[in-house]
Design a binder for this molecule. Sequence first.
Ligand code: ZN
Length: 184
Amino acid sequence: MPYALCYGVSVRINGVEPRGREIEQLERTLCLLPSMHLRALPTITVGDRPARGGGGSASPTMPGGPFIRLNRMIFDPVQRPVNAGRLNYTLLHEVGHIIDWAFGCMATLAGSDPAGYAALLAHAHSGATQGPSEHFADAYADFFFHGGSFNRGSDNGGWVMPRGNWARDPRIQAILGSPAFSDA
Ligand SMILES: [Zn+2]
């Protein structure tokens, strides 16, 4: 069965060729994350779902969950130019949902950082689904897509900030104060 392997943590990925371009991009993307996040992920399935939209996800307590589903069309550079490069933005967004739910990020930020929470909500989400978790998922994806990562090279590991203005973005600052980032 195909899987991504990042620093000893494996994540099952169904529906892709074992050594194709798709799984290489998904693995490269996942290997930016800390092990704590990788271990929270369910099996990722690439296929024809969701029928409308590029991706979907569910927590263990949601119907059919836990899962991450990626519609194969997200690898089409015409339909999803954002995924035509080294990293897969759609995957990062869906992972962002899983991490939000697993660590209670938005629920915590609503009380612990009202200004940061408001900044997250104020950013428009373009997808079909709405709700607070969409805004965390977008900011999570922006962090990793624009140069952020978890560096395992140092003794204790540590966050590598995204490039340029992204590091100072109020949404990025807000999620860095969430349980998923402060406890990693
Ligand atoms: Zn979403």
